[in-house]
Design a protein around this ligand. Sequence first.
Ligand SMILES: Cc1cc2nc3c(=O)[nH]c(=O)nc-3n(C[C@H](O)[C@H](O)[C@H](O)COP(=O)(O)OP(=O)(O)OC[C@H]3O[C@@H](n4cnc5c(N)ncnc54)[C@H](O)[C@@H]3O)c2cc1C
Length: 458
Amino acid sequence: MARKTKFDYDLIVIGSGAAGSTAALSVARAGKKVALVEAGVFGGESPNYGDVPTKAVLHAAALYGEARDGQRFGIRSSMLGYNFPTIQAWKQKAIKRSGSANNREYYTRAGIDTFDGIAHFLTPHEITVNRKHLTADTFFVATGAQFAQPDVYGIDTIRYQTPRTILDTKRIPRTLFIVGSDPEALEYAQVFATFGTKVYVSERAARILPSFDSSVSELFEKHFAQTLGINFLTQTQLAGVEPKGLGVRVSFTRGETTKAVQVDEILFLDRSPVTDLGLENAHVDYTPAGVDVDDHLRTTAQHVFAGGAAIDSGCTTQTAMLHGRIVAQTLLAKKPVRVPDTAPIPRVIHTNPTVASVGLTDDDCLKRDLSTNMSLVPLSQVARANVSDTSIGFVKLISDKKGLLLGATIVAPAAGEMIHEVALALNQNLTARDLAAMPHAFMTWSEAVRTAAAKLLN
Ligand SMILES: Cc1cc2nc3c(=O)[nH]c(=O)nc-3n(C[C@H](O)[C@H](O)[C@H](O)COP(=O)(O)OP(=O)(O)OC[C@H]3O[C@@H](n4cnc5c(N)ncnc54)[C@H](O)[C@@H]3O)c2cc1C
C-alpha cells in the first residue's frame, strides 16, 4: 500500500462476508482508507443465510426432539407441538442478534466507506459499482460462492429450494429430497426429519459425508435411518426432475436401476465460487474451482488478493475469517503472511449428536501412506453416558508411532466443544501421553478424549 495518494482507497474489499469483513475491519482500524462493496446483503452468507439461521432452527429442532423422546426420563410429551412460523420468527431474531446481518452501519461505524452494488474490474486498479468508478492500491476479492442453477434435466420446469429459501417455506414439507450429503445437507435433514418430514438424502459417493472419517458415515447412515427415518441414497445420480402436482418428481439412478420419488420440495446445496467480476481486466486468473491464489492468498495480479469461498466453495467461516486476517496482516505488516500448511482447523456438523473433526482422518493417513496408531472409545464407556442414556458416538484419536497426535474425530452431544482440546493439542504438537496425563472432570463427555489418549499408550 505504498502509492496511496494515487488512488481513492488503500484497499477495496469486494464482498462483505466473513472473509471480506474481517479484512476490511482490521485494515480500517489500522487507519487505512478502506472501501467495502456488497452486491447482496451486508454480512454475506454466514449471518444472513448460512451458519446463524441454520443453527437457530437446529436448536429449536433439537429441543423438540429431546422433549419428544424424554419419556424415559419422566418427561411427558403428549401435549408437545411446534409452531413453524414462531420458529421462523426465532430464526429472524437470531439473525438480527448476530449484529453483522444486513447491517451496513456496522461497517460505516468502523470508518469504512460502503457501496451497495456489483463490483466489476475495468482495469487492474479500477472497478465500477453502479456506474461509480473507484480506484485502489490493493484489492481483496472475497465474493464467496453462489447457488448456481443446478445442471439437472428438467430443472427449468420446477421450483426448487436452496439454503437461501428453504427455511422460509410457508410450512414444513411432507417430503423433501436433499441433493448431496455434506454437513449442511445433514443439518437440514435433521431439522426437517425431526419436524416430521420424510427426508431423502442423495449422494454420488459410496458413503455420505465422504470428506469425514468413514466411521462417521456408517454411524449416521444407521442412526439417522433408525431414529428419524431418513432415507440415504448413496451411489445415486440424479437423472431428472419434473413438476408433479404441487411438488416434484425426482428420477435417479442407483447402479443399473432408475427409480423415482415424488416430493413436496427438492433442496440443492451445490455452490460455485463467484468469479464473474471482470477479473480478466485485472489480470487475475481463475477456474471454475475458484480464483487462483498462492500461499499468501495473492492472485496472479500482485496487488489483488482473494480468499474465503471465492477460492474454495467448501470453505468454512473460520477459514474465511482466517483468510481475511492473513490478507490484513500482509497489508499492514508489508510482509507476506502464509496460509498455514496443515492448520488443524476444527470442522463441526451441528447435528444431534454433533460431529467434529480436526487434523487427519484414517483416509488421509492411508492416502499419505502414514504409519499411525488409532484408538476408538465408544461414548458408552464414560460415566456421562449412563446418566444421559446416550450411547451413540465415539472419540477416535490418531497419532504417529511416537505418540504425536495427528487427528481426531468425535461424535458426541458436545463434540463441537470437545474438539477444541484436541485442536489445541495438535497446534502445540502434544502427544497422546500429554493428553492422557491431563485430569478431566468426572462426568463430562470429555473423559472419552482422555480415555482415547490413554488407549493410544498401550
Ligand atoms: C446453510 C449453510 C450453513 C453453513 N454453516 C456453517 C457453519 O456452521 N460453520 C461454518 O464454519 N461455515 C458454515 N457455512 C459456510 C459459510 O457460510 C461460508 O464458508 C462463509 O460464509 C464464506 O464466507 P465468504 O466471506 O467467503 O463468502 P460470503 O459470506 O458468501 O460473502 C461473499 C459476499 O460477496 C458478495 N459479492 C459477490 N460478488 C460480488 C460483486 N461482484 N460485487 C460485490 N459483492 C459481491 C456476495 O453478495 C456476498 O455477500 C454454511 C454455509 C451454508 C450455505
